[in-house]
Design a protein around this ligand. Structure first.
Ligand SMILES: [Zn+2]
Length: 380
């Protein structure tokens, strides 16, 4: 084995030994085995007293905005579109974009995020795209970068990315852009076998219904927000296999509306979570998990187990960005993307404790693709 983690508790509670080989999870065994396995491992991490979880998956962010963290506490969506996507984006250079992406990727790793989906307004040509792709490559995080150039040659280049950093497409979609452009973007995604990500409100009068009638919806489409989705709309999206990402902290702070999580779950969609923008929200996934739990318990009056919401930031998030079976779960044969956390490893329900009380400083070790990308000394 290249790496072993000894004696950490899975978020479900069982202590295990994990062996990692060639970037993959090679073996997971109960920690009680004698003699202990993987004695030949090149690196052994003592996980005693810690929880081991799948690396968190941030299914929606805009990496180029990392240097704007905190600039817009009172921005509405309209203010944000004017000031950030309008003025700030137009002043961006490839260098600034590169540094911003390095910052966002580093912040992600520090808070236990091992994979990001970057909806990149800025990746519009080769030079700007390279600034983003090279930043993710160098930091060591797993990333899906969604290209916004709209042209076939650029999109094809993203379709050919293979490895830890892969490609997808963005589309303004039929609510924010023209119908014809949305159709063209979705057809391009289908042709190139890429996921296409679209911001929507998804209310009853949304052109999503027209996209469905045109046969353009399916698992190649990922919607973001969908705060106005109806029960009927949620069921339609589930039937079509469309992915949905919600970003509850930003949605509540900026006035998009209440989270659609409950309606989506009731309709059969498994929503993913994202951090989205940092102008008025933190860059970690602990707050979106907690915001989802709080809105759901307040709305339903039910004590849905806290551990449920970890799935939205791991397994369901991986599926929503096209990486099911690659990351988001601790399973033999999946990429070795995992995190060790202090504090929650001591609790009777580690997953529930992670969701309700976890914070970035609890994350002491982060492994992506079998490589240790962060390790801090524990005071646990
Ligand atoms: Zn967004």
């Amino acid at each position: 084995m290249d790496l072993s983690i000894r004696g950490a508790r899975l978020v479900s509670g069982e202590p295990v030994d994990i062996g990692v080989m060639a970037g993959l999870i090679a073996e997971i065994t109960p920690a009680s085995a004698h003699p202990p396995p993987f004695l030949d491992a090149a690196i052994t991490i003592d996980g005693e007293g810690q929880a081991v979880a799948p690396g968190l998956v941030d299914a929606h962010l805009h990496g180029w905005q990392a240097l704007l963290r905190g600039v817009g506490p009172d921005m509405t969506l309209t203010d944000y579109l004017d000031a950030v996507v309008g003025r700030e984006l137009s002043g961006l250079t490839p260098d600034t974009l590169h540094y911003a992406t390095l910052v966002r990727a580093t912040e992600a790793i520090r808070s236990g995020i091992t994979t990001v989906f970057d909806w990149s307004h800025a990746a519009v040509d080769r030079e700007f795209s390279d600034a983003v792709l090279e930043a993710y490559e160098s930091v060591g995080i797993r990333a899906v970068v969604a290209y916004s150039g709209g042209d076939e040659a650029g999109a094809r280049r993203f379709a050919e990315l293979d490895g830890r950093v892969t490609g997808a497409l963005t589309s303004l979609g039929p609510e924010y852009g023209s119908w014809d452009a949305a159709v063209r973007d979705i057809r391009l995604a289908l042709d190139l076998d890429l996921l296409v990500s679209v911001h929507v409100g998804a209310g009853a009068d949304s052109p999503l219904w027209r996209l469905r009638a045109a046969g353009l919806l399916g698992p190649h489409v990922q919607l973001v927000h969908a705060n106005q989705i109806t029960a009927e709309g949620a069921k339609m999206l589930a039937d079509e296999g469309v992915h949905v990402v919600i970003t509850p902290v930003v949605e509540a702070t900026m006035g998009h509306g209440a989270s659609a999580y409950g309606r989506l779950i009731d309709g059969g969609v498994r929503p993913a979570l994202g951090t989205d923008v940092v102008v008025n929200a933190p860059a970690d996934l602990f707050e979106p998990m907690r915001a989802t739990l709080q809105q759901h318990r307040l709305g339903t009056g039910q004590m849905t187990p806290a551990a449920t919401f970890l799935t939205a930031a791991t397994e369901d998030a991986a599926r929503a960005i096209g990486l099911a079976g690659v990351t988001g779960t601790l399973a033999v044969g999946h990429r070795a993307d995992l995190i060790l956390l202090d504090h929650v490893g001591h609790q009777p329900d580690p997953a529930g404790a992670l969701v309700t009380t976890g914070r970035p400083s609890d994350v002491n070790t982060v492994i992506v693709d079998g490589q240790i990308v962060r390790q801090s000394f524990s005071d646990a």
